[in-house]
Design a protein around this ligand. Structure first.
Ligand code: SF4
Ligand code: SF4
Length: 254
């Protein structure tokens, strides 16, 4: 049995900025949006998203007997301006940095567990939300209370039980809705990210979804895909930050 406080303390000691632990069970609420996103073809031919959907939605299929998902956050600096290279890509290769920290965390805890950072079929942002580390915005990204969306994520899926798991946390009120600042829901009537995207990639209604075939980050990461005529990169050569820069949950932290 892992002590949740110890796990979180050691995660900070190995270099993470925050850590939470979720009980490993099925992401039932998240499955329909994922399947409907795939059915629309909004994955733009990213076939790895079509594979292992069941596993993506249930870590017990990834690690038989899994009981806990240890979710870790590594924050990075927000960009000082838009354009060029997106903020996440301006720091050291984050996959390697996070994998190293996860490895050290697993060693210090003395447990077995699968290390996950982007290359494993697991829905990292949804697990981070389940672990109480933030909420998913309309732009589909995890928004943390301390660092907004400027975070990278990594997980350890383990068969170890933990002493404590978070209840479903209440989302913070939306700071970006001047018409009704008291509205408690996270995005409420805000559409700033939707309006900030020059290519209309973000679904204005319904569950958070992005049409990847309209997203600059897709073309500037997968260089084999030619940028279609009329697509606006807004000066980005790697990734894109525009929807994050527009988000009031980020702006109140800059
Ligand atoms: S990253 Fe850029 S192109 Fe992609 S959805 Fe956000 S604003 Fe639109
Ligand atoms: S910009 Fe507004 S709608 Fe988009 S994620 Fe942030 S709060 Fe939600």
């Amino acid at each position: 049995m892992l002590n949740s406080d110890d796990v979180e303390r050691i995660a900070l000691e190995v270099g993470f900025d925050a850590c939470g632990i979720a009980r490993a069970d099925a992401l039932t609420d998240e499955e329909y949006p994922l399947r409907s996103w795939l059915a629309k073809g909004w994955n733009a031919g990213l076939s790895y998203m079509e594979r292992n959907v069941d596993m993506r939605m249930d870590p017990r299929l990834l690690v038989p007997g899994a009981r806990s998902v240890i979710c870790c956050v590594s924050a990075y600096s927000p960009p000082s301006s838009a354009g060029g290279i997106a903020a996440y890509a301006r720091t050291r290769e984050y996959h390697k940095v996070i994998k190293d920290m996860l490895f050290r965390l697993r060693e210090r805890l003395g447990i077995d567990g699968k290390l996950c950072c982007d290359t494993v079929p697991i829905s990292d942002k949804h697990w981070a939300a389940r672990a109480g580390l933030g909420f998913i915005g309309r732009h589909t990204l995890l928004v943390t209370p301390q660092w907004g969306t400027w975070v990278n994520l990594g997980e350890i899926v383990t068969t170890e039980e933990c002493t404590e798991y978070p209840e479903n946390p209440e989302p913070p009120e939306n700071p970006g809705n001047p018409e009704n600042p008291a509205l408690p829901d996270f995005c409420s009537h805000c559409h700033r990210c939707v309006n900030a995207c020059p290519n209309h990639a973000i679904a204005p209604d319904g569950p958070p979804m992005i049409d990847v075939s309209r997203c600059t980050a897709y073309y500037t990461t997968h260089h084999s895909r030619p940028i279609p005529p009329g697509h606006i990169t807004a000066g980005y050569t790697q990734g894109c930050d525009l929807c994050q820069l527009a988000c009031p949950h980020n702006n109140r932290r800059q």
